[in-house]
Design a protein around this ligand. Structure first.
Ligand SMILES: [Zn+2]
Ligand SMILES: [Zn+2]
Length: 153
């Protein structure tokens, strides 16, 4: 499926699209993602901020201190509460889209698990993907794993 990729919140008040292939896709088992996903882990689709557009609605925002100690801004629907994305403070002009809000969340597959230190105990990690106890020291590491995945089909 070619870009643009579209998505939005549960009630439809907030809609977005991004016009490029993602920089990387991974699952995050940090406690913050567990809260915002209201589930066992979050799935993150990292895109360049310049390629991300809010096409409908005005999301609310919340600044949070992540498990990494860095501050990030979360954007969520004020009506239904769905978190649609985070804007990390330290990683430059990027947007981390919450994969479950995509219209077709089946399209992207994660290439790694991060923050496995706080993963829920039952999670099987049976897919053989690289695991990071926290976040990789070099943020580009996840992009490189994605590039290798795309190159390998
Ligand atoms: Zn909504
Ligand atoms: Zn996380």
């Amino acid at each position: 499926m070619p870009p643009p990729y579209t998505g939005g919140c549960q009630c439809g008040a907030i809609r977005y699209e991004f016009s490029c292939e993602p920089l990387t896709v991974y699952t995050c088992h940090c406690t913050d993602c567990q809260k915002t996903a209201a589930s066992a882990f979050g799935m993150s689709v990292r895109v360049k901020a310049e390629n991300f557009t809010l096409t409908k609605g005005e999301p609310n925002s919340i600044d949070i201190v992540a498990d990494s100690g860095r501050t990030k801004t979360g954007l969520f629907c004020g009506d239904c509460g769905t978190r649609v994305c985070n804007k990390p403070g330290a990683n430059g002009p990027q947007v981390v889209v919450k994969a479950g809000t995509l219209d077709d969340p089946n399209w992207f597959r994660p290439i790694a698990h991060i923050w496995t230190r706080s993963a829920q105990g039952w999670f099987p990690f049976a897919d053989g993907l690289p695991k990071f106890e926290t976040a990789p020291e070099d943020p580009a590491a996840l992009n490189e794993l994605w590039d290798a995945h795309v190159a390998g089909g």
